[in-house]
Design a protein around this ligand. Sequence first.
Ligand SMILES: *Cc1c(COP(=O)(O)O)cnc(C)c1O
Length: 423
Amino acid sequence: MKFRSTRSKSEVVNLSDAIIKGLASDGGLYVPVNFPKFKVDEFIPLDSNVEIAYKFLLPFFKNDLLSDKLKEICESSFTFPLPLKTLNERLSVLELFHGPTGAFKDVGARFLANTLEKLPGKRTILVATSGDTGSAVASAFYKRQRSQIGILYPSGKISEFQEMQLTCWDTNVISYRVDADFDSCQSLVKQAFSDEGLRRNMNLSSANSINIGRLLPQCVYYVKASVEHYAKYGRYANFIIPTGNMGNALACIWVRKMGFPIKKIILSCNSNLTIPEYFQTRIFHGRPSVKTLANAMDVGNPSNMERFLDLEEQNPQKDLSSISVSDTEIKTAILECYERLGYIICPHTATAYHAFRNSDIEEAIIVSTAMPVKFKEVIEPIVRKSIPIPVKFNEMMNRPRNYVEIQPLYELLKKSILEKFSV
Ligand SMILES: *Cc1c(COP(=O)(O)O)cnc(C)c1O
């Protein structure tokens, strides 16, 4: 399969190249030239995530040099459960947080790491994080031979647990604690990418959700959940997805387009209004990000909107809407979900729960993007219950903390990268 840029339709590459480059040379994002169509019935008998992943991803790897490695990549990436749990007769939850760092981003990051490790060359990966991407990427790439990782995170805008998970690395992973917000971190990374010299010398690559190597594996859990729901009830599923940079939601939109049994998709956002505003006005314009309790969604200028607009241009998406959820509503949703269902949710997932309670849909699957313990300072006072840290995090928590403090100036970042990394 071939992939093209969202900007110039003439640059066409295969999947490995799209993954290595991250961003197309014209600054656009890679999208499939044509989407394959799937038959749901062929997926119903499959019962492991690895089998589902392999069957779904194979067409995207067609004619690529990695096509005969795909099985192995799926086996080493889909190593943790992605369960669909029933909360009551109207509501289910798709738990995506059983990976090593407790957020859905582990799925894409591990797949990307396992893919890049099989591709020739040595590279430098820069990633801006609003909280969870950085740790998922660090964990996935830690001690790999072919990749060195620089992570930029906004100082003071992430939870204590998230910061622990971003600073417990060494060897090939360096964390930059940037005295700025997430948008500035993202803009520093973009500057590095548009610096031709640096890009070439350091062999820069991206692990943000602009990389198609993260988006495609994220499609897998929507395939799995929609097929499972369809096999069980004979109905199409409605998904409500906590949304920030729009990588997770776009995967669902793509999966629906490829023929899987999905009806409505609702993007639940926090007080960052860019996406809800787009759905009201059909005009997209980025804004500065605002800080909220659902910090991994504090994105003012969502990168994947460019992929979404590209799709809209060809065929406008129906049954798609968005809602903005305030911090007060997030808190109420956490409490209400706990009291009604005995189920504790993180502040991101709470936006989806709120959206469900305020919608008229009969039945929905809310997507749970992070393990509640990552946001214990927020949740514990609301539910008045302590949330124990699972033992699987003990080893990580006992490691020494390493980070480089940096002002949000591109020249400073560049100097440090040149000093600390080599290819
Ligand atoms: C990244 C993240 C989101 C938002 O996902 P996008 O793909 O950026 O829209 C939501 N919740 C959590 C916990 C996250 O880490």
